[in-house]
Design a protein around this ligand. Structure first.
Ligand SMILES: Cc1cc2nc3c(=O)[nH]c(=O)nc-3n(C[C@H](O)[C@H](O)[C@H](O)COP(=O)(O)OP(=O)(O)OC[C@H]3O[C@@H](n4cnc5c(N)ncnc54)[C@H](O)[C@@H]3O)c2cc1C
Ligand code: FES
Ligand code: FES
Length: 505
């Protein structure tokens, strides 16, 4: 690939015991391209090129205090420069290549062999890397990996030959093999060296990777034309599928302030650059009923890269976190540099959007925080995602409801919906139909009528307009039943045949 020298920048990361320093990497290049084409590390495969299959999974790590924090990510949609200053492992890096141990496989690989976890093998490097991520995060820290943990860890990896049972067996079996650890002290000291090198370099505006909020806002003010990126799980597809190229990129993922989750008495403040994995962990700690919903957001490698801020800012009408956040009463904090001051404004999340993928953010503003009110004793809240596949699929319809009942009446109601309008929306008419009414089946029937007519969804490949309206209002009935403690609905047990007929267009 020919490169424009204006769009290149040095890239440094830790790999195989040392610092890899590439003097001029095109800033639009994906990590997978750098691995396969520049470094000739072809063990990492390309399947879909859009984050869906996991063949390209690699593991990155960053300093987290005195330890490393490991994440399995999709290299196909991640811009290479986003890993500047991190440690990287590909499937070639797990087994020793030199010395007496050269023929020894890593426990993740050995377990795959022992459990017959690979047939054609195309998916195998990705599976091994997802297992390695789990091995480093759990086994090496003395934590057991359950079958459910293994399923979650492999949720972004597709295998069409072997079947998942032997691979899940391998995930459990690798824990019993002799432990193989990473020399974390060496990695941490090399990462520190990279960060010293980076501090001494001149700014390069082709790919800006600020490390604090002041730097981010200054860059945003000076370069409002730069493409803002976070985990790149939406933007990466614009590069790989739509062949977009950016003259300047402003990456928010290393901004220390925006990577924090802060707990206050009344709310949780989630920095826009907090990964979906960590953001959902915080939300689930406060509302454990959200665990299944969190698991159903993409697969783990996408959640490890993608950020909550990216989901909200992208503003897709079928984005999953927004209906939930609307129902929970979340607000967003937007920030910009104003002269020598930092200016900010806060607004309800639903007021961020002005149209299909359009929002009120000015060219020099960034989304900085998402503030989510904490759960209260009196609330009853649920969120439902309806998609064609149970796992790793985008919503056709999403409904989130949060009510407070006092003395048998609805004291407050907030309802967020996805997949039924050009933006994520708040169902204000339906809320009005509920507030002040007795919490009964009759009230719900009325509210279902209102909800069914409140939006005018479109038909597309995911569902017909009729299906969306019907399912949306039926979900309110499900919410009512669950509030009565009579039904604990598992979507897999529902009779979806009738709905499925309407869903096909
Ligand atoms: C395989 C796959 C499965 C997926 N499944 C789901 C799913 O189940 N549910 C779902 O909702 N989404 C899903 N997505 C979409 C995507 O993962 C999410 O939208 C994700 O949260 C985007 O975050 P990001 O950090 O990757 O954003 P990026 O791709 O980096 O950016 C997305 C947009 O947000 C803007 N942006 C990012 N951060 C900021 C900021 N701080 N301030 C202002 N603007 C900002 C960017 O400029 C860009 O326009 C999936 C994607 C893939 C590839
Ligand atoms: S190649 Fe399919 S997820 Fe990257
Ligand atoms: S072994 Fe062939 S796709 Fe998994």
């Amino acid at each position: 690939m020919s490169t424009n020298p204006m769009n290149t920048k040095p890239l440094r990361f830790f790999r195989r015991g040392e610092i890899v320093s590439l003097p001029a990497v095109d800033t639009n290049r994906t990590l997978l391209e750098v691995l396969r084409e520049d470094l000739h590390s072809c063990g990492t495969k390309e399947g879909c090129g859009e984050g869906d299959c996991g063949a390209c999974t690699v593991v990155v790590a960053e300093a987290n205090g005195a330890e490393l924090k490991y994440s399995a990510i999709n290299s196909c949609i991640r811009l290479a420069h986003s890993i500047d200053g991190m440690a990287l492992w590909t499937v070639e890096d797990l087994a020793p290549t030199l010395g007496a141990a050269a023929s020894k496989l890593h426990p993740t690989q050995q377990a795959m062999v022992d459990c017959h976890g690979s047939q054609c093998g195309f998916c195998t490097p990705g599976f091994v890397m997802s297992l390695f991520g789990q091995y480093q995060s759990k086994t090496c820290k003395g934590q057991a990996i359950s079958r459910a943990d293994a399923q979650a860890a492999l949720s972004g990896n597709l295998c069409r030959c072997t079947g998942y049972r032997p691979i899940l067996d391998a995930a459990e079996a690798m824990q019993a093999l002799p432990l193989q650890t990473v020399d974390e002290a060496n990695v941490l000291s090399k990462l520190e060296q990279i960060s010293d090198i980076r501090r001494g370099l001149e700014a390069n505006f082709a790919y800006m990777l600020p490390v604090n909020l002041a730097e981010l806002l200054a860059n945003r003010a000076a370069h409002p034309d730069a493409q803002l990126v976070a985990g790149c799980t939406d933007v990466g597809l614009w590069v790989t599928k739509m062949h977009m190229q950016f003259a300047k990129v402003l990456d928010v993922t290393q901004v220390a302030e925006l990577r924090r989750v802060e707990h206050y008495p009344q709310h949780i403040a989630i920095g826009a650059a907090v990964t979906l994995t960590d953001a959902f962990a915080a939300l689930v700690t406060d509302r454990p009923q959200l665990a299944e919903f969190a698991h159903r957001f993409a697969g783990l490698p996408v959640r490890n890269s993608g950020t909550l801020g990216g989901n909200v800012a992208n503003g897709s009408p079928i984005g999953d976190s927004m209906p939930l956040l609307i129902a929970l009463g979340a607000s967003v904090v937007l920030m910009r540099q104003s002269g020598r001051r930092i200016a900010h404004r806060e607004l309800p999340l639903e007021d961020l959007y002005t149209g299909y993928r359009k929002n009120v953010m000015a060219a020099d503003e960034v989304l900085a925080w998402i503030k989510v009110p904490k759960a209260t004793e009196a609330e009853f809240s649920r969120v439902y995602k309806i998609s064609k596949r149970f796992e790793d699929d985008i919503s056709a319809v999403c409904l989130a409801v949060n009510v407070q009942i006092a003395n048998g009446r609805v004291r407050s109601a907030s309802i967020g919906a996805g997949g039924v309008a050009a933006t994520p929306v708040r169902a204000r008419k339906t809320e009005a139909a509920l507030v002040g009414q007795p919490w009964t089946q009759d009230t719900i029937r009325q509210a279902m009528q209102t909800l069914r007519g409140e939006f005018t969804p479109i038909s597309d490949m995911r569902a017909t307009a009729g299906y969306r309206s019907t399912v949306l209002s039926n979900l309110l009935q499900r919410f009512w039943l669950e509030s009565q403690g009579t039904v604990q609905t598992d979507v897999r047990s529902l009779d979806l045949d009738a709905a499925a007929q309407e869903m096909a267009v």
